[in-house]
Design a protein around this ligand. Structure first.
Ligand code: HEM
Length: 107
């Protein structure tokens, strides 16, 4: 849905202080998010994840839509010791939109 993707691109401004996507994306304070949907957590080369995220990844965490939605709603509740210092997205609409956007940049 192109409209939802466009809305999600707007929501992604809240993420882009820390995350890049697209051609030439680099790790910043957060990892690049190309092809995050449907892929294992903690897998971006060269990014230094928190022990909490590494543990979740070793436990088999995959960023399905449901897992990502739960994480983005409340990062510190989902993964208490994550180093993602982001309070979370307030609405399900924003979450759905940013997930649609992330899917559009690679699955
Ligand atoms: C990790 C998404 C906002 C900093 C992650 C991961 C995702 C994600 C999917 C896990 C990546 C992986 O497993 O490879 C998002 C989205 C955001 C957002 C969609 C906006 C809605 C932010 C902001 C910051 C940030 C604003 C910085 C203040 C980080 C850091 C990690 C991370 C440091 C690594 C976490 C750890 O190792 O515990 N983010 N993020 N993120 N993000 Fe974000």
């Amino acid at each position: 849905d192109p409209e939802l993707i466009a809305e999600g691109e707007g929501v992604f401004r809240k993420c882009s202080a820390c995350h890049q996507v697209g051609d030439g994306a680099r790790n910043r304070s957060g990892p690049t998010l190309n092809r995050v949907l449907g892929h294992p957590a903690g897998a971006v080369d060269g990014f230094r994840y928190s022990p909490a995220l590494i543990e979740a990844a070793e436990g088999g965490l995959v960023w399905t839509e449901d897992e990502l939605a739960a994480f983005l709603a409340a990062p510190k509740e989902y993964l208490p010791k994550t180093k993602m210092t982001f309070r979370g997205l307030a609405s399900d609409d924003e979450i759905d939109a940013v997930i649609a956007y992330l899917r559009s940049v690679g699955e």
